[in-house]
Design a protein around this ligand. Structure first.
Ligand SMILES: Cc1cc2nc3c(=O)[nH]c(=O)nc-3n(C[C@H](O)[C@H](O)[C@H](O)COP(=O)(O)O)c2cc1C
Ligand SMILES: Nc1ncnc2c1ncn2[C@@H]1O[C@H](COP(=O)(O)OP(=O)(O)O)[C@@H](O)[C@H]1O
Length: 297
């Protein structure tokens, strides 16, 4: 089947990206084309500037899940230094038109690619009259440009509400539940330690209300701590831990997704474990009564 594509890193899959995806889907449907999002791994900047710059709002798997949930095919191309040097017209000719039967391309307002960033809406429209091309205008929220950096800045301040207005959904931390210090269950609050992917962007440290989704689809209100657990003995590595309310099961090895709903407080070094336990109990109560964001629950 011939394809309509949009290409990019799409970190965050924010409202700007979503506008592009929706238009791609609608136009592809009318024209009997396969709507396809082409993304890259690693993020193109990791090859151009170095790994970890920028840290990622969405891992490749999170992007795949999101894009496929819209009924759009998701393709990932390896981004290499050779690819970065390829002139845009060569890339479009061989990788898109010849290999993937692309007949239609959609561009974000500032998207460019290929050697020297010379491939964009104008240059491709001029070089490939056989392609149907379309550029979408910039998406604003209350006058501000929706962008991955705007989401990162909001999250650095713990402002998950603002991040959500740009993302159109809560910011998600997801990964496999791994073994921690095995201390949580001894103090009455077992906490699932969620292993983040390398280079995942973490918001401001501290305690959050979250909605936890297990791989079987069950959703539990939770309190999440992002921090180094200064109160407890042993190692103090940065960890993302979730206590799921009204839940008591072994979920080691399972995939857990945490949608952050509200920032509660910074992490603190308590004088005793008893004080920490009392505070976690209060955090859990606050989370139970939290009513501000009904997302996905
Ligand atoms: C909601 C919540 C809030 C927490 N707040 C703090 C905190 O302020 N200070 C701290 O040292 N540890 C805090 N912790 C981390 C606990 O110390 C941690 O869960 C405990 O060390 C158990 O770790 P384990 O799961 O690796 O056994 C918090 C944990 C949760 C779930
Ligand atoms: N309500 C709950 N919230 C989080 N994890 C729970 C809960 N009930 C049981 N568990 C299980 O307990 C584990 C956490 O117990 P904990 O003593 O903190 O050990 P660890 O240090 O390995 O995280 C979780 O990984 C999960 O398998």
């Amino acid at each position: 089947m011939k394809r309509a594509v949009t290409m990019g890193n799409f970190d965050g899959c924010h409202l700007g990206h979503q506008a592009l995806f929706r238009t791609l889907k609608a136009v592809a449907e009318v024209n009997h084309l396969q709507p396809t999002v082409i993304s890259f791994e690693p993020h193109s900047n990791y090859v151009l500037r170095g790994p970890g710059d920028p840290l990622l709002l969405t891992t490749t798997e999170e992007k795949r899940e999101f894009v496929e949930s819209l009924g759009i095919e998701f393709l990932v191309l390896p981004f290499t230094s050779e690819l970065a040097k390829l002139p845009f017209d060569k890339f479009v000719r061989t990788e898109l038109i010849e290999k993937r039967e692309v007949v239609s391309m959609f561009f974000g307002h500032d998207h460019c690619f290929g050697a020297g960033g010379k491939g964009n809406y104008e240059t491709i429209t001029a070089a490939f009259p056989e392609l149907s091309t379309q550029m979408l205008s910039m998406v604003l929220h209350k006058g501000e440009r929706v962008s991955s950096s705007a989401v990162r800045n909001a999250l650095l301040n713990g402002d998950v509400d603002r991040a959500q207005t740009y993302l159109g959904r809560p910011y998600r931390l997801s990964g496999t539940v791994v073994v921690g210090k095995r201390l949580g269950h001894t103090i009455g609050f077992p906490t699932a330690n969620v292993q983040m992917e390398q280079y995942k962007f973490l918001p401001k440290g501290g305690v959050y209300v979250a909605s936890a989704r297990l791989s079987d689809g069950r959703i539990y209100r939770s309190v999440v701590n992002i921090g180094t657990q200064p109160t407890t003995p042993g190692t103090h590595n940065l960890a993302v831990e979730a206590y799921l309310l009204d839940f008591n099961e072994d979920i080691y090895g399972q995939h857990l997704a945490l949608d952050l709903l509200a920032f509660l407080r910074p992490e603190k070094k308590f004088a005793s474990i008893e004080d920490l336990v009392r505070q976690i109990g209060m955090d859990a109560d606050t989370a139970k009564n939290y009513n501000g964001n009904h997302w996905a629950e």
